[in-house]
Design a protein around this ligand. Sequence first.
Ligand SMILES: Nc1ncnc2c1ncn2[C@@H]1O[C@H](COP(=O)(O)OP(=O)(O)OP(=O)(O)O)[C@@H](O)[C@H]1O
Ligand SMILES: [Mg+2]
Length: 306
Amino acid sequence: MSTRQSDRPAVVARGVHKAYGDVRAVDGVSFTVDRGEFFGVIGPNGAGKTTLIEILEGLRRADTGEVEVLGLSPWPRNPALLPRLGLQTQNSAFFTRLTAIEHLRTVTALYGVDRRRADDVLALVGLTGKASTRVDRLSGGQRQRLAIAAALTHDPELLFFDEPTAAVDPQARRSLWDLLRRLKATGKTIIYTTHHIDEAEALCDRVAIVDQGRLVALDTPRALVNGLNRPTVVRVPADRLSTEDARGIEGVDAVTLEAAVLSLSTQVPGRVLAAVSDLAGPHEVRTHTASLEDVYLSLTGREYQP
Ligand SMILES: Nc1ncnc2c1ncn2[C@@H]1O[C@H](COP(=O)(O)OP(=O)(O)OP(=O)(O)O)[C@@H](O)[C@H]1O
Ligand SMILES: [Mg+2]
């Protein structure tokens, strides 16, 4: 092989399978993640996201298929790779009897980095005020933020986050988005699972949608949404515009009335909005366009899966 490790993608997975007994948790998945990419993995509970990520992290062994991480094989555990990866797992392990800062200092010691880094990463996740609180007395969301801090202590180049915002409050979630964007801006590669589809849409360069162990879509959020080819819906209070007038607007393909709101479907929202504004004024007129959540629901179904 003449290709240097540093020229290889961050992750290459080819035909990866992993079964637990009869359950095909990961069922033939192939994809590549580029260096510096923010790569999202979304899918229903039990879709195989954590299993897939743990295979990439070197925590689980694939039954078949090939996996390459930063140009190296993550299995068997590769000591050259570990310091270059940051892991926040779905069930992060803590030194629960230590305080938050002691926990992070222990992590810095394990990685052999300056212990002052513990204070820096605690500040990055907004937990400085909890430095002397014992880990087992932190709230669920605070503990999750501590796990994120721990994943950053050794400044790794490839970061894995498995539902980092699951129990995190809205303000902390937005702070975390900022932090993740700053990490991406410094060239880090980020692999990220979430059930907040808005989050995947806002943060990720590309998103993989996984369902029952298979990759059912992989593209940029915008391309996924465009691929859905859904009309834009313009909503107007029904007391401001008659159904008849709405139907008469050029570019309106369908009009429905529900809960005293008229919904006008169109492929040319700019033109329809201008016409609605002329007839009814702009006040309380709302537009709804398809989002990544619509793509997700259309591909993975609306029903709970067993
Ligand atoms: N250690 C295990 N032993 C047996 N089955 C497992 C094990 N871990 C996961 N599974 C099964 O594999 C499938 C995929 O699980 P996985 O945890 O990868 O899903 P997930 O997409 O991460 O789900 P969630 O969104 O709930 O975190 C599920 O059916 C699960 O029950
Ligand atoms: Mg999971």
